[in-house]
Design a protein around this ligand. Structure first.
Ligand code: SF4
Ligand code: SF4
Length: 296
């Protein structure tokens, strides 16, 4: 079983639409939405949730004002300046600044500080018309997205191995943060979806720098290539310099938006179109082309 992660340096490149389009042509794959901060693959997959699990995103820490004598010791220890005193002398924690390290809880001489584990994040195992989807939902302001990505990838792998699937396809997060790093670790290959804009190229360069430290086979497609041919040339030069095979130039197609508004992939919406043929070829190249044998 091979695992491929679809990434883009920035949001809005069409990564999730392409992931879903590939799901329409892939066979025998398990899918995993690694973009846990802003998961949206489920909008196209329309999954039926079979199992739900809580995921702890950290600790919520609070001060019991009846026990607190305002000694200020916790304020001195908090390295994140999350503890404050109001005009009445009451000591309180600003939850937006608190990192949940729980040091204050340990140093308080009056056991006035306590913490509870946040369970505002959930992850799911679902069925869908494309196959099993493992996905997640993070609560607002919750942290540990990298750990959550690792958790759902682990489960997707278990399911894939137990049911003899050939592939795991991860819809990765945008950017180069913790969730992207967790998405890259241990994957067999990466497909970059690059948009031909200056920011698209800039963010793709940053992402390729990150990927290079993982030694993962990397391929690319340029999405909506016909909106800016000048930047396309720059992207091609960059990919060439980095020995990253460019699998396709995918044209802009307004039907892509139409298909998404009715919850279909472009392959389902336009099965006989040029764009569908390109998507089929990308998948074929990923799994069969000589030289791209990591995903084979
Ligand atoms: S848990 Fe850590 S970050 Fe939060 S208030 Fe206490 S010491 Fe500061
Ligand atoms: S260390 Fe405990 S008693 Fe002292 S200010 Fe903080 S919460 Fe209050």
């Amino acid at each position: 079983m091979k695992e491929i992660t679809i990434l883009s340096g920035k949001g809005g490149t069409g990564k999730t639409s392409i992931t879903a389009a590939l799901a329409s042509v892939a066979k025998n794959a398990v899918y995993c939405d690694n973009d846990v901060d802003a998961a949206d693959l489920h909008l196209l997959f329309k999954p039926t949730i079979q199992e739900t699990y809580d995921f702890s995103g950290g600790w919520a820490v609070s001060i019991n004002s009846e026990k607190c004598d305002s000694c200020n010791l916790c304020m001195q220890y908090c390295r994140f300046d999350a503890i404050h005193q109001n005009e009445n002398g009451d000591v309180f924690i600003n939850s937006l600044q608190c990192e949940g390290c729980r040091l204050c809880e340990r140093v308080c001489p009056n056991t006035a500080i306590s913490s509870t584990e946040n369970t505002n994040n959930h992850w799911f195992i679902s069925t869908s018309r494309f196959g099993t989807l493992v996905h997640a939902e993070m609560g607002p302001g919750e942290e540990n997205s990298g750990k959550l990505v690792s958790q759902i990838r682990k489960k997707a792998k278990e399911i894939g191995l137990a049911s003899n699937h050939n592939y795991i396809i991860n819809d990765g997060p945008p950017g180069i943060g913790c969730a992207t790093i967790a998405s890259l670790s241990g994957t067999n290959g990466v497909l970059l979806v690059i948009e031909p804009t200056k920011s698209g190229l800039h963010d793709a360069v940053r992402l390729v720098e990150l990927i290079s430290s993982f030694s993962v086979e990397t391929y690319a497609v340029i999405n909506k290539f016909d909106i800016n041919l000048k930047v396309v040339r720059e992207i091609e030069t960059f990919l060439d310099e980095r020995n990253i095979p460019l699998l396709a130039h995918i044209p802009f197609n307004e039907k892509m938006v139409e298909s998404m508004t009715i919850g279909q992939t472009i392959v389902e919406y336009l099965p006989e179109s040029e764009i569908t043929e390109i998507i089929r070829n990308v998948w074929k190249k990923l799994i069969t082309t000589e030289g791209l044998n990591v995903i084979k």
